[in-house]
Design a protein around this ligand. Structure first.
Ligand code: SAM
Ligand code: SF4
Length: 338
């Protein structure tokens, strides 16, 4: 099957005219961290291994997605590097024609050991989640004592020359919102782009409330006050969820994912596939399409293509976090793939 969309095989679009070219693939729901906005401290129940898509199944589905115009893939989880030999999947995906971007979002714990293999397999972009620059507070956020291990991983990625290295930071008011200036300073002194992600109501037992969300507007004014430099937008909101800013002197980039205070839904170009092979057209979707069942029941590529098109056609206008009718999905962030 060709992986290039043709006139008989046009690109994926929804009923609002948004073209979908970005797929986030979760490879596991398991994780060695217990970030307080994502998972409860105890009692997580993992999927059976047989429920997870095999690498060959992910490869086949990705091939079909690429044929429909998907260009960017991000591997995520749970913690994707807990999936054994993830580099073998990266190798398979890197061979699919049409894909021009394979990225990874990780908590960084296994990077020191795996960064080289992943790079050799074709991975070129990495986001590392790091919510605190203080080891004690890092423990409070992740409930794990792994701060120095994450820095070993970041050093390994930096030494390999992988760029950009993006650091994802979720702020929770009263816990780590006093570190905004320190993160901004890091963006100016290391080859890191700092991306502040607003705290969303999607974790299990996350204690979310609107007053705990530190909004982008607040973060920008704190950075400008503490660093004493203005932040200048580098691109108007396009299809990227992150609004990008650089400091007025050109040194250091900061991104903002303002899912709560300024949702980017009207430009959303992404869909997600869970580790058990369910297609979700929004992080907050209440419906899923079971691609794994189709695969395992022997569906043809054409059948699967049709199911993907039908699902994408019904992509939600946007999430409803800010509406009184908002309903949390039954799956949490780590079960969907953040
Ligand atoms: N384990 C990997 C990691 O932490 O980078 C990948 C999966 S994690 C679910 C993906 C991203 O979702 C992380 O950057 C994490 O900080 C973010 N995230 C998880 N729960 C969140 C929440 N309730 N609100 C905002 N971001 C969240
Ligand atoms: Fe694990 Fe990532 Fe969730 Fe933290 S945010 S518990 S690292 S899946």
């Amino acid at each position: 099957m060709s992986s290039i969309p043709t006139s008989s095989n046009p690109r994926l679009a929804d009923s609002f005219g948004r073209v979908v070219d970005n797929l986030r693939i979760s490879v596991t729901d398991r994780c060695n961290f217990r970030c307080r906005y994502c998972m409860p401290e105890e009692g997580m129940v993992w999927m059976e291994k047989s429920e997870l898509l095999a690498f060959e199944e992910i490869e086949r589905l990705t091939h079909i997605f690429a044929g429909l115009g998907i260009r960017k893939i991000r591997l995520t989880g749970g913690e994707p590097l807990m999936r054994k030999d993830l580099y073998l999947l990266v190798e398979k995906l890197a061979r699919i024609s049409g894909l021009n971007d394979i990225a990874l979002t990780t908590n960084g714990y296994f990077l020191a050991e795996q960064a080289m293999q992943l790079y050799k397999a074709g991975l070129r972009r990495i986001n590392v989640s790091l919510d605190s620059l203080d080891p004690v507070k890092f423990n409070v956020m992740t409930r794990r004592n792994y701060y120095s291990k994450i820095w070993e991983g970041l050093d390994a990625v930096e030494a390999l020359g992988i760029r950009p290295i993006k650091l994802n930071v979720v702020l929770i008011r009263g816990i780590n919102d006093d570190e905004i200036g320190k993160f901004a300073y890091l963006a100016r002194t290391k080859p890191f782009i700092i991306r502040f992600i607003e705290f969303m109501p999607i974790g299990a037992d996350d204690g979310w409330s609107r007053d705990k969300v530190v909004t982008t507007a607040e973060i920008i004014s704190t950075i400008e006050r503490e660093i004493r430099k203005r932040l200048v937008p580098v691109e108007q909101r396009g299809i990227q969820p992150a609004d990008r800013f650089v400091f007025e002197d050109g040194i250091g980039e900061i991104g903002f994912i303002s899912s709560v205070s300024e949702p980017f839904c009207e430009h959303c170009n992404r869909v997600r596939m869970t580790s058990d092979g369910k297609l979700r057209t929004c992080l907050f979707s209440l419906v899923e399409t079971d691609l794994k069942a189709m695969l395992r029941e022997g569906a043809s590529d054409e059948d699967i293509e049709r199911a993907i098109r039908d699902a994408v056609a019904k992509k939600e206008a946007g999430h409803l976090i800010n509406q009184p009718t908002f309903v949390r999905p039954s799956r949490t962030m780590s079960q969907i793939g953040g």
